[in-house]
Design a binder for this molecule. Structure first.
Ligand code: PAF
Length: 271
């Protein structure tokens, strides 16, 4: 891949990179489109990264369909799909990890203690393998974006980070490969997450800046659905993921994680 990247670059322009775990949906396609608009060459990686999953999480059953993903990439005019095997990325003697110690410990970092260490390690490796000029990530994974930006700053990766808005289903549910796990009833209940986020945005639009008030309203709305259990509802600084007492327009993010039965979903909205 490193040689291929050098060859791609010599053929013209910047390399735009979209790292994914596959099972591509419209959200991923919007990242690819954004890369296509700004880059001469686009590389997509497809790798379900084992080290970002906790022991009781869904690594074993994470959905995959490489042939479908490859044809979606072909249609989207992707120049190169990088699809490494697990033992190429993590040979048996692999022992170096990237750990961010502040932003990654908040929100999802509380219930998924090694998740961002796994994400940063694989993203760092992928940046060194693909050598992109810029990489594109989705706003849906706002904490992942914050933690990757921090790694890029702290470790001087010469990669620009571009963030693309969340793509939603018609009922507002943020697109995610994990939506595939939801039954029809779970799916109906899951729609409450985006409804609660939109309600919060309305409250802020009407002039409310007290984070407790907005968080309480969001929690109440989420609790109206039998299958939904809140993991966190938190208004944080968009850049650091630190909890805020007051909403600062354009700088505050409302982040939510919730179980819908046994399926863990996250979503967020900029306030
Ligand atoms: O967002 C994802 O799909 C993954 O966390 C990433 C960035 C591809 C790393 O495995």
């Amino acid at each position: 891949m490193q040689s291929a990247a050098i060859a791609l670059r010599s053929k013209g322009g910047r390399i735009g990179f979209v790292p994914t775990m596959g099972y591509l949906h419209e959200g991923h396609m919007s990242l690819i489109e954004a890369a296509r608009e700004k880059a001469g060459k686009v590389v997509v990686s497809i790798f379900v990264n084992p080290i970002q999953f906790g022991p009781n999480e869904d690594y074993e059953r994470y959905p995959h369909d490489f042939d479908k993903d490859r044809s979606a990439c072909e249609k989207a005019d992707v120049d190169c799909v990088f699809y490494p095997a697990g033992d190429e990325m993590y040979p048996r003697n692999f022992s170096t990890f990237i750990n961010e110690e502040t932003y990654s410990k908040r929100l999802c970092g509380i219930s998924r203690p090694n998740h961002f260490r796994g994400v940063l390690t694989v993203v760092g490796k992928l940046f060194n393998i693909v050598r992109p000029d810029f990489a594109v990530f989705g706003q849906k994974d706002a904490q992942q974006v914050a933690v990757i930006r921090k790694m890029v700053d702290d470790l001087h990766f010469p990669v620009e980070i571009i963030v693309v808005p969340t793509v939603r289903e018609e009922d507002g549910l943020a697109m995610s490969s994990r939506n595939h796990y939801l039954s029809r009833h779970q799916r109906e209940d899951a729609a409450v997450i985006s409804q609660a986020l939109f309600r919060a945005k309305e409250m802020v639009g009407s002039g409310i800046v007290n984070t407790d008030r907005v968080e309480a309203e969001v929690s109440n709305i989420l609790q109206t659905k039998r299958r939904v259990r809140v993991i966190y509802v938190s208004i944080v600084d968009l850049r650091t993921m630190e909890a805020r007492r007051e909403i600062v327009p354009g700088e505050s993010l409302l982040a939510v994680a919730a179980w819908v039965d046994e399926i863990r979903l996250i979503d967020n909205i900029l306030l």
